[in-house]
Ligand binder design. Structure first.
Ligand code: FAD
Length: 244
């Protein structure tokens, strides 16, 4: 529950606030503004100018407070990422939710995080006033407290995304994202289960993606589907991504 609201005008001011106890960054507030047991002071990031989508060579730099809808509408947003963003949340939520807030709060059913994991996205973050670049794959299991300022994804590659869900607009029971670099490097990420999406494969070539997909979900049973079902679907989606 938010008990105090701050709107700093500079990054320095925001970092000073965030160094104090019970201060948390506020992105779109779609989750943080929900009632909760812990009283927090919210540090609204909206005046910090972290809301730009910039193409720099073969990279796309996405500011932390860019909304999901803003990214979806960007001319530089890869088609497969746009498909995943549409599934992440309905339009009203996409208009408010930010890319950083979504990654911090995501679970394994996040289509956005699944595609970014396949893309080997890098997060720029500041922890205890120290800046660093963190791979999304290293960030997700730990989600350290700090301030994400932006994220970067590569553009010079082939990217495919596919999913299976109860209805076309529902969150997936299984989704797969496959990124293939010109060098041959292939990265497969799977979503639809668990606390975070899973990296199924990061290899020098795409051979073996189906087996990797199958193996990744060998214990993926929950209320939505059995592991056996997810293993079959993941292998099929990986094959479709490879062929698309
Ligand atoms: C009706 C409704 C349905 C929802 N359905 C789902 C759902 O199905 N699945 C799901 O996963 N979520 C769901 N959510 C939660 C929420 O919409 C998403 O997680 C959303 O994408 C969060 O983004 P935000 O920018 O609004 O984050 P906020 O609510 O502002 O913040 C979320 C978390 O991220 C942190 N944070 C924000 N920005 C930064 C930053 N720059 N650096 C570091 N930390 C930061 C905050 O401190 C907080 O811990 C739902 C919310 C609503 C209201």
């Amino acid at each position: 529950m938010i008990i105090v609201y701050h709107r700093p005008k500079t990054l320095d001011e925001a970092l000073t606030l965030l160094s104090q106890p019970n201060m948390v960054p506020l992105g779109g507030g779609t989750l943080l503004a929900q009632p909760g047991p812990d009283p927090v002071e919210a540090v609204d990031l909206q005046a910090l100018g972290l809301d730009a989508v910039k193409k720099q060579g073969n990279q796309l730099e996405i500011g932390a407070t860019v909304t999901l809808q803003q990214l979806l509408e960007s001319e530089h947003c890869p088609a497969a990422l746009a498909s995943a963003l549409k599934l992440e949340a309905p339009l009203n939520l996409r208009n408010a939710a930010t890319v950083a807030g979504t990654l911090v709060a995501c679970d394994g059913r996040s289509t956005f995080a699944t595609v970014l994991l396949a893309l080997d996205a890098k997060l720029s973050s500041i922890v205890n006033r120290k800046s660093s670049i963190v791979n999304l794959g290293d960030f997700l299991p730990l989600r350290p407290h700090g301030l994400i300022t932006s994220m970067t994804i590569p553009l010079n590659l082939k990217l495919a995304f596919d999913y299976v869900s109860r209805t076309p607009a529902d969150k997936p029971i299984v989704c797969a994202a496959l990124a293939q670099w010109n060098s041959g490097r292939a990265r497969l990420a799977l979503g639809g289960y668990g606390k975070s999406p899973s990296l199924a494969m990061d290899g020098t070539e795409a051979e073996g993606v189906e087996a990797a997909a199958r193996n990744t979900f060998h214990e993926a049973t929950d209320e939505w589907a059995s592991a056996a079902y997810r293993m079959d679907v993941a292998a099929t989606l990986a094959k479709r991504c490879l062929e698309s």
